[in-house]
Design a protein around this ligand. Structure first.
Ligand SMILES: Cc1cc2nc3c(=O)[nH]c(=O)nc-3n(C[C@H](O)[C@H](O)[C@H](O)COP(=O)(O)OP(=O)(O)OC[C@H]3O[C@@H](n4cnc5c(N)ncnc54)[C@H](O)[C@@H]3O)c2cc1C
Length: 471
């Protein structure tokens, strides 16, 4: 280096700190985002926004993260765990699976019990999916009897769907052809196809017929394109736990949000916690709360009328799960999978238990809609007693093997007031309204996604909001 170059380098070096200092003084302020709700949508949002250097805070009302991903272990035999909410991950849910991979979580296969192996009708067990078709104790037409349960599903749900959504399977929006079915309840749609009341009962056993027919097509689409389902070994709550671990100190637990507002200068959330009330301000708010619990929060938010209506009217279904711990998986020894659809109060049974049938396992009722509302009227002991009696009818030996129970009602959980957003006719079409940004307030959560009712929907909505905030 010659003298001139040396001096030039020296003066550049001497100037550098001052230049940096000058730069620092004009560097844009980090934008602050207040995220309301620490379920999968809120946590994913926080995790992704952190990558872009946003200043974030997550306000969670409960003392735990994860929301509707909740794994119970306490009171169960060591090694057993009960998923009160999200249980299975389809192999097509790339948003969910990419986080599972990113956090190094282990997946195990989960039996897909949607077309239940046992159909329990009028006090008797039938094996639904095997030939020959059972002689159903129902008043079916000759054609309905010939088609059987699987054939009916094929003709009225799966068949039409295949031609309707070809190529649209992975669209971020609800496929147009499905939206066209959003004007009737599932029950009315099937009636319009000419099905007898008993055929509708057979086809929809364990399901709610008051939801939008379009929603059922969306659920069916998911089933059709997924070949395999998984569960996170050791419990699904490890997924929100991994995200919470990443965003660590940014989560404020025990902070119930009671009001959200915005003006030209910013946006704010008013929280209620052990210390009283506090206003948390930011440049933006992301509201991930289910609309079922968000109805009274927006008086200072200046929301347009269609958004107010969407929040007020979105339908949520009560969901009830009662887990029965069994001394061994006796149902397997009896040639049963543990999955059943029934005409009992416990309208659906699922099961889980690893290894040999001699090991302990869980048999649980999974009840959605009007029957869940009935169970919600009972005290906990009566609910468990009822579930055990129903289990004994479907899986003989349940009584004898029963060791203990845990039960969860999402309808009675004050942080959710319902398990699943269950779009009524017309509401599937308003997902874009649910999801629409209103000034400084952004909306995420499963109810704002075409994958509503899935973890995938919560994560996808978070990715969308991050894009909107960065735009
Ligand atoms: C019974 C059941 C079965 C399911 N099965 C599956 C499945 O098999 N596979 C699958 O992928 N998905 C399943 N899901 C759906 C999945 O669990 C949800 O779609 C997803 O977890 C929703 O995440 P979210 O963040 O949108 O909402 P949430 O999880 O509801 O998060 C909202 C958060 O907001 C908090 N909150 C509420 N009110 C306030 C307030 N005022 N102030 C501050 N915080 C508040 C809540 O405590 C909660 O943590 C199931 C859900 C249920 C209920």
């Amino acid at each position: 280096m010659n003298r001139r170059a040396f001096l030039a380098a020296l003066s550049a070096a001497a100037l550098a700190p001052r230049a940096n200092a000058a730069f620092a003084s004009v560097a844009p302020r980090r934008k602050k985002v207040v995220i309301v709700g620490g379920g999968m949508a809120g946590l994913s949002c926080a995790y992704e926004l952190r990558k872009y250097n946003f200043d974030i805070v997550v306000l969670e009302g409960q003392g735990r993260a994860g929301g509707r991903v909740q794994t119970l272990r306490e009171g169960l035999y060591p090694g057993l765990s009960a998923e009160t909410g999200a249980t299975r991950i389809p192999d097509t849910h790339e948003f969910t699976l990419s986080y599972v991979r990113e956090f190094g979580l282990t997946l195990e296969p989960f039996h897909n019990g949607d077309f239940a192996d046992v159909v329990h009708l009028h006090g008797k067990n039938y094996v639904g999916d095997h030939n020959p078709e059972p002689d159903w104790p129902l008043q079916l037409t000759a054609e309905e009897r010939r088609l059987g349960r699987k054939g009916l599903a094929e003709r009225y749900m799966a068949g039409p769907l295949q031609s309707l959504v070809k190529g649209d399977e992975n669209s971020l929006n609800v496929p147009k052809a499905i939206l066209e079915q959003d004007n009737a309840t599932l029950g009315d749609y099937l009636k319009k196809q000419g099905l007898s009341p008993d055929a509708i009962e057979l086809l929809t056993l364990g399901g709610d017929t008051t939801v939008s027919a379009g929603l059922l097509f969306l659920v069916e689409l998911n089933e059709q394109i997924s070949r395999q389902y998984f569960h996170i070994a050791g419990g699904n709550d490890q997924l929100p736990a991994a995200l919470a671990n990443q965003v660590g100190g940014a989560i404020r637990y025990g902070c119930k949000v009671v009001s959200l507002g915005q003006d030209d200068g910013g946006a704010w959330a008013v929280i209620e916690n052990a210390e009283g009330h506090e206003t948390v301000r930011g440049d933006h708010i992301v509201c991930t709360l289910p609309f079922s619990v968000a109805k009274n929060l927006f008086s200072d938010a200046h929301l347009p009328l269609d958004k107010q209506r969407a929040i007020r009217e979105l339908n949520y279904l009560p969901v009830n799960k009662t887990f029965l711990q069994m001394r061994n998986q006796f149902w397997k020894k009896n040639g049963q999978s543990g999955f059943a659809n029934t005409d009992l109060l416990s309208e659906r049974f699922w099961a889980m238990g690893s290894g040999s049938p001699d090991q302990r396992g869980l048999l649980w009722s999974y009840v959605i809609g009007s029957k869940a509302a009935k169970l919600d009227q009972m005290d906990m002991q009566s609910r468990i007693k009822q579930t055990l009696a129903d289990a004994e009818s479907v899986f003989p030996g349940a009584d004898e093997h029963f060791e203990g129970a845990r039960t969860k009602s999402w309808g009675q959980d004050p942080w959710h007031l319902g398990g699943l957003s269950a779009f009524a006719p017309g509401q599937l079409s308003s997902i874009p309204v649910n999801a629409r940004r209103e000034g400084r307030i952004f909306f995420a959560g499963e109810h704002t996604s075409r994958w509503n009712g899935w973890i995938q929907g919560a994560i996808e909505s978070a990715h969308r909001v991050v894009k909107e905030i960065r735009a």
